[in-house]
Design a protein around this ligand. Structure first.
Ligand code: ARG
Ligand code: MN
Ligand code: MN
Length: 304
């Protein structure tokens, strides 16, 4: 793409039970992200990391919980506002933000920094729906809530740091689902959001499903934001993630999905995040290296 890609790390692990995803941005950089992007002549600028409070310095259950269960909500709000601010500045400078996680709660920041005044579609590649709220969450972990927050579900409604009014559920598609909680299932049934599970991928193949997801959201939007949770992939391929779920996407399917996103929507892509890399659970940085390769596919890398 013509725009310079601005790499922004968010060493955040307050939204997940398992520690370690805070080291994701380092592992992805170490895994060769800028080399991968150099190789496709993609200009990059690394603007370092957003400051994130350490879990040791806070109490998960202290402070605001939006009337339900939401661990480290105050800290998460602070981090997401910082991410949004940095992402907004990247847009103002004409750059394309590539946000490295960190747990998936940081997507609240990417979305809020990207959708101020443009109607935005989202493709959410993930084993999970991440549609929970403090009222529906089984865990209290905010990385299970970012899409719920962005869509203003339940107590997130109208919260300025979280809810993105320029994202309509009918312009959001989730791809790769295989672990969905009861409250999430209800929202999927009752709202206009598009949901594609692993069963859909079994039946139709990743290319058709990704194309359907794109067709479903590309109507009437100015721009497209892609959020990529590494647990979309099968744990055999991506063992270094916080919440692995068997039965996921293969190596080639991962690339095929993102190559298609680039082919169909490069012009209107506005931001990408690569999240949930947990180096502690990884095997010789394989998951982080895969995240680098996949980011390159999303940004235009081709085999031939
Ligand atoms: N971004 C993720 N890996 N999310 C996992 C969420 C797991 C579960 N649905 C929860 O809400 O706790
Ligand atoms: Mn997930
Ligand atoms: Mn996720």
């Amino acid at each position: 793409m013509d725009r310079t890609v601005e790499i922004l790390g968010v060493p955040m692990d307050l939204g997940a039970d398992r520690r370690g995803v805070d080291m994701g941005p380092s592992a992805i950089r170490y895994g060769g992200l800028s080399d991968e992007l150099d190789a496709i002549d993609q200009a990059t600028a690394d603007s370092g990391d957003v400051t994130v409070p350490r879990p040791e310095s806070g109490d998960p259950d202290a402070g605001d919980t939006l009337g339900g269960k939401a661990k480290y909500l105050d800290e998460t709000r602070t981090v997401c506002k910082r991410v949004a601010e940095r992402v907004r500045k990247a847009h103002e400078a004409g750059r394309f933000p590539l946000v490295l996680g960190g747990d998936h709660s940081i997507a609240i920041g990417t979305a809020n920094g990207s959708t101020r005044d443009q109607s935005t579609g989202i493709i959410w590649f993930d084993a999970h729906a991440d549609l929970n709220t403090p009222e529906t969450t089984p865990s209290g972990n905010i990385h299970g809530m970012p899409l719920g927050a962005i869509l203003g579900r339940g107590p997130f409604d109208g919260k300025e740091w979280a809810h993105c009014p320029n994202v309509d559920p009918s312009n959001v598609a989730m791809v790769g689902l295989r672990s969905v909680d009861e409250g999430e299932q209800k929202y999927i049934q009752d709202s206009a959001i598009h949901a594609y599970s692993m069963s859909d991928i079994d039946e139709h193949g990743i290319t058709t499903v990704t194309q359907n997801a794109l067709d479903a959201v590309l109507d009437d939007i100015d721009q497209l934001y892609v959020s990529f949770d590494m647990d979309f992939l099968d744990p055999d391929e991506a063992p270094g993630v916080g919440t692995p779920v068997r039965g996921g996407i293969s190596y080639r399917e991962g690339h095929a999905a993102l190559e298609l996103v680039y082919r169909e929507a490069a012009e209107i892509l506005c931001a990408l995040d690569m999240v949930e890399v947990n180096p502690i659970l990884d095997r010789q940085n394989r998951t982080a290296e895969l995240a680098c390769e996949l980011a390159a596919s999303a940004l235009g890398k081709r085999i031939l």
